[in-house]
Structures are given as structure tokens and as C-alpha cells.
Design a protein around this ligand. Structure first.
Ligand code: RP5
Length: 174
């Protein structure tokens, strides 16, 4: 077999997964934005429901084992007193991206502050309230550091987005 074919097969088999963890199934409509993005890039992922408060042991076990289980980044979605991203980050050296989820009472500001205000030494990369699509793009960028094919897909997507903006601009003055 051609060496380049062997290389491609090896590389496909070893692409790191993204873990999508949400605090409740009520976060699923937001998690779907991340799932759709990762599917579009062809990035493997797993989705789980673990809560920092309701199932702390399972959340800890997932984070502790994530690197050994083939994950390259973790997206954590939670609303209200959203400690999930921080609790996962405390138990792994993988990059953790926090998505504060908007709840019915404080419009997600509670979750934003709970997710973003991490103590020094345990970082969480926090995206906007309900910003699961950006979380997935950031996770894909992290995986793409060692995957040129994935990097090219993300670059192409940005170029398409820029073209769409410029086409709208051109229409304003035509
Ligand atoms: C958080 O509390 C979850 O992430 C969810 O956003 C919020 C409400 O959870 P449910 O009461 O709907 O299960 O832990």
C-alpha cells in the first residue's frame, strides 16, 4: 500500500474527539448548535449529561479520564449556577470551553458569571451566552492544530462567511 494512504488512514483513525457535556437535558437545544458544527467539520464527538451538582462523581470521572479516552477538548454547557465547566477543568488538563446557558430567570447572566469567573490557575475559555456554535468552532480549531485537513475546512468556512458579508456590502451601494 502507498505510504500516503497509510498515513491518511492512520490520521483519520486518531483524530481526537470533542466531549460535549451538558448539565441537564434541558440544555440540549443549545448543545445541538455545537453538535451541528462538529458534524459539519467531520470532527468526532460524544455527548453526555453530567451535572456539577447533581452527579458530581460522574462529572469528575469523565474529566479525569477524558485524555486517556481520546478527547482533545471539552465543551461544557450549563445554566443557572453554572459550575460544570469549572468542575471539569479542575479534573483535566484538556482545554475546557464553557457555554453559559440562558435560563428563564436572569437571562444567562448568572451562568455567564459562574462560568467565566474562574480562579487563577484553572482556566475555562468562556464563550457568549448560548454561544455553542462558537464553542464548537473553537474546539475544532484546537483539534486542527495537529490536523491540516480540518484547518483547511475551518479556513474555507471563514472565507465563505467573509464573502457573504462583502456581497451584502456591495448590494447596499448597487
Ligand atoms: C443547570 O441548571 C443545567 O445546566 C440547566 O441549564 C439548569 C436547569 O436544569 P433543569 O432544572 O432544567 O434540569 O444545572
Amino acid at each position: 500500500m502507498d505510504y500516503s494512504v497509510i498515513f491518511i488512514l492512520k490520521k483519520r483513525g486518531t483524530m481526537k474527539k470533542v466531549g460535549i457535556v451538558m448539565g441537564s437535558d434541558s440544555d440540549m437545544n443549545i448543545a445541538e448548535k455545537a453538535i451541528d458544527k462538529l458534524k459539519g467539520y467531520g470532527v468526532p464527538y460524544e455527548v453526555h449529561i453530567y451535572s456539577a451538582h447533581r452527579t458530581p462523581e460522574e462529572a469528575k470521572a469523565f474529566a479525569s479520564g477524558a485524555e486517556a479516552n481520546g478527547f482533545g477538548a471539552i465543551i461544557a454547557l450549563a445554566g443557572k449556577a453554572a459550575h460544570l465547566a469549572g468542575a471539569l477543568a479542575a479534573n483535566t488538563l484538556l482545554p475546557v470551553i464553557g457555554v453559559p446557558v440562558k435560563s428563564s430567570t436572569l437571562d444567562g447572566l448568572d451562568a455567564l458569571l459562574s462560568t467565566v469567573q474562574m480562579p487563577s490557575g484553572i482556566p475555562v475559555a468562556t464563550v457568549a451566552i448560548d454561544g455553542a456554535a462558537n464553542a464548537a468552532i473553537l474546539a475544532a480549531q484546537i483539534i486542527a492544530v495537529s490536523d491540516d485537513e480540518l484547518l483547511a475546512k475551518i479556513k474555507a468556512e471563514r472565507e465563505e462567511a467573509a464573502k457573504a458579508v462583502l456581497a451584502k456590502d456591495a448590494r447596499l451601494n448597487s
